[in-house]
Design a protein around this ligand. Structure first.
Ligand code: ZN
Ligand code: ZN
Length: 754
């Protein structure tokens, strides 16, 4: 007997698969296509996280099953490599971010290859490669051309620690998402992308895609569509505009209004005065504060004059920046009214609005702040000319490459380090050839990930970001119901990456360069892997698990099985090194079964049919943990036998192969096959074999065996009892007696107590 040696087996088959290129996707094929996608990793200096293994294995299992089902499968991988950690590392060490990225991606690639994922490595992309970001810049120019990219002086969220402008999506509870520092407001000229022009479609088209409901809900909440009414409240006195426009989703409550509340910016616009109120909209449960402006506004419904307050809980960015306070119907308004002793009118009459305002639809979604004052990002391909203003870099001059700099430190004035490279900054205006300067802002790290799944389809194309025919093949022909077939990713990217990439894709659809209006047909998500004890893994806590170690000691197959077995896929679960051994022992048991295989022996087909059915269904529902326990139960069952048939063992290996591809490939060859198990078709189950399976049941009366009956496996308990009692022998023994109780031990016996 040869022992299971994972080190030898895994290296051998990884090499062989790579040499033969068996995971390469074909751009032309008669087979149906399947495009499975995972979020490409940010190659951090910490190396691959065990969480990556979890999500990668899940989609790997699905893709392997699809190949076995006869699909031409695209399962690509690449690097989302622009971003702050690499830049901060460069600031600290002086090593160029490109070098750091190269080193990190080399490590990640090696680690991923050791995991045995069936990626098509020939399609690897890297967002920091000028050949890649050339097209990111090209998309920006197209957006500029269509008026979707514009420069605006706005109040941005500013992180004083990172010295960076943040998008609303990057502010959590008023603090920087990256470092936790309290965010300040700063007025700055920024490039903006008009995602709000797509708000209606981004909301509505969620109806057509197969996303998990919780993902749809998060997107909808973020887009924040609300239908309401804009109502004019006329102001008394002079020296200011004559009316305030109020936005409300509840125009029927107008008779209950007792005050008007304004956002600080709106109050300043109307009165010219600063009331010293700071907006606290990002914070929940913050105390409501306000100042009476002295203005009075006339309620158009009943003519009453209402006091006008400037408050800290109404944002200028939502609706009109002015609301009517209806304390009887709104918790926030009630809290405010009680504090400032404003009237609260209970039981006021409800209006059907008609005469007071006009219907409008509002969105919470804001335009996307697209400028970053940092080095390590895609340069924004714009030139500012003294005469012509903003002029786009001509397409033939793309990519605008990042120049070499000595110092990556952002300046305190908030300008990018690129601003110091005068040789790069000073250029001729493409229009008038006069003196001009390059834009020194770079794009946010969400830019490259907004379209990467398109580049996988045609990664080496020099003429366009991807050939339209190839896009049509991989995304489908139906413009409304296609895209990447299955995209799995983290819940943390639901309001950022997922929304941004849907927006970019819709834009590309509108200009006719992609065939579908939605990028992803199906989106699911995974839970995180936490450290032992349920806390987040972090370098500082020293609780990070290095997958390399686990692979070395137990093998990639064991790690894959363990991470799929660890708990329900959509939930976060704590790592436990002690439990890995269980997964390892399971694989050893499978390995040792080879010595029981006999070619001509028959094993009851019922169990394997059930196993095929359950494992097939569980994979589709991402219930990987129960799929594995089904496989384990099966191994326990056949492990009890003296011999097992080769047929059954091979079917079992096919079911296990997406989970443990190396070992099953090894066993496949040992069983005498020349071809890879990767080319075997997925087992199909025969429903009739499961349904028609008969089970023998012993029938007792008061503990004495009186009969045996045969029942069909799937019938109900009630039906079994009925059949037992109506059996000829049993009914003879029961005649004249009163049945007190019927006890059923499933699939084994029935005891009738008389
Ligand atoms: Zn920060
Ligand atoms: Zn010019």
């Amino acid at each position: 007997m040869k022992e299971y040696n994972h080190l030898k087996i895994e290296k051998k088959w990884q090499k062989e698969w790579e040499k033969k290129g068996i995971y390469h996707a074909e751009d032309k094929s008669k087979k149906p296509k399947f495009y499975g996608l995972i979020e490409f990793p940010y190659p951090s200096g910490e190396g691959l996280h065990v969480g990556h293994i979890r999500s990668n294995t899940a989609m790997d299992i699905i893709c392997r099953k699809r190949r076995a089902e006869g699909f031409n499968v695209l399962y690509p991988i690449g690097w989302d490599a622009f971003g702050l950690p690499t830049e901060n590392y460069a600031i600290k060490t002086g090593i160029h971010p490109q070098k750091v990225t190269k080193k990190n991606t080399d490590i990640f690639r090696k680690q991923l290859k050791a995991g045995g994922f069936s990626f098509d490595w020939s399609r690897e992309v890297n967002t920091t490669d000028p050949e890649y970001y050339k097209w990111t810049q090209w998309i920006f120019l197209k957006m500029y051309e269509k008026g979707l990219a514009y420069k605006d002086k706005i109040n941005i969220n500013w992180c004083p620690k990172d010295k960076i402008g943040l998008a609303n999506e990057e502010v959590v509870d008023g603090c920087c998402e990256r470092c936790g520092t309290e965010v300040e407001k700063r007025e700055k000229e920024q490039w903006m992308l008009a995602i709000t022009k797509y708000a209606e479609r981004l909301d509505k088209d969620l109806d057509d895609v197969n996303f998990l409901e919780k993902i749809k809900i998060q997107q909808r909440n973020w887009i924040g569509r609300s239908e309401g009414v804009e109502i004019e409240f006329r102001l008394s006195g002079v020296g200011h505009p004559t009316a305030i426009k109020v936005f409300t989703t509840r125009p029927d409550t107008i008779f209950g209004a007792t005050f008007i509340a304004l956002a600080p910016e709106i109050a300043k616009k109307i009165t010219g005065k600063d009331f010293g109120i700071k907006i606290e909209i990002d914070r929940e449960n913050k105390e409501k504060i306000g100042v009476d402006t002295g203005l009075k506004a006339k309620n158009p419904a009943n003519g009453e004059m209402l006091p006008v307050f400037v408050v800290n809980y109404v944002s200028a960015e939502y609706g009109t920046g002015a609301i009517m306070g209806v304390p009887a119907d709104d918790e926030r308004d009630k809290e405010f009214a009680e504090k400032y002793k404003l009237p609260i009118i209970e039981n006021y009459k409800k209006a059907g609005f008609k005469d007071y305002g006009k219907k409008i639809t509002q969105f919470k979604l804001r335009d996307w702040v697209f400028s970053r004052q940092r080095y390590w990002g895609e340069p924004i391909p714009m030139i500012n000319c003294e005469k012509c203003g903003w002029v786009p870099v001509p397409e033939r001059d793309l990519p605008v490459e990042l120049p070499k700099v000595k110092n990556y430190q952002p300046t305190d004035s908030g300008e990018s380090p690129l601003a110091n490279i005068t040789k790069w900054v000073n250029v001729k205006c493409p229009k008038c050839k006069g003196h001009a300067k390059r834009e020194t802002d770079t794009m946010p790290n969400w830019a490259g990930s907004s379209w990467y799944f398109l580049r996988y389809i045609d990664p080496k194309n020099k003429k366009s970001f991807a050939d339209f025919k190839k896009l049509k093949y991989w995304l489908g022909n139906d413009p409304r119901h296609s895209g990447v077939d299955w995209y799995n990713g983290g819940m943390e990217h639901t309001t950022l990456h997922l929304l941004y990439s849907r927006f970019w894709h819709k834009f590309l659809f509108d200009i006719g360069v992609v065939p579908t209006s939605e990028p992803y047909a199906k989106r699911t998500s995974h839970g995180m892997i936490l450290a032992e004890g349920g806390v987040k893994m972090s370098k500082s806590k020293g609780n990070v698990i290095n997958p390399d170690e686990i692979i070395k000691i137990y093998g990639a197959d064991t790690l894959r099985i363990y991470e799929m077995f660890i708990g329900p896929f959509d939930q976060s679960v704590a790592w436990s090194t002690d439990s890995i051994i269980g997964s390892r022992r399971f694989l050893e048991r499978v390995w040792n079964l080879q010595y029981k295989v006999q070619k001509n022996k028959k094993y009851t087909e019922f169990e394997i049919e059930k196993t095929i059915k359950k494992v097939s269904e569980d994979i589709e529902e991402m219930k990987f943990n129960t799929a594995i326990s089904t496989l384990m139960i099966f191994v326990n069952e056949i492990g009890k036998l003296d011999f097992i048939s080769q047929d059954v063992y091979e079917t079992f290996l096919k079911l296990l192969s997406p989970f443990a591809p190396h070992m099953t490939e090894g066993l496949w060859k040992i069983l005498g096959h020349k071809n890879s198990i990767n080319f075997e078709s997925w087992p199909v189950y025969d429903l009739s074999k499961i349904k028609n399976k008969q089970i023998k049941i012993v029938v007792q009366i008061n503990g004495k065996v009186r009969a045996e009956i045969m029942i069909r496996a799937e019938i109900s308990e009630e039906e079994v009892k009925k059949q037992a009692i109506s059996n000829e022998t049993v009914s003879r023994h029961l005649s004249g007696k009163e049945i007190k109780k019927v006890i059923y031990v499933k699939n084994r016996l029935i005891n009738i107590v008389v």
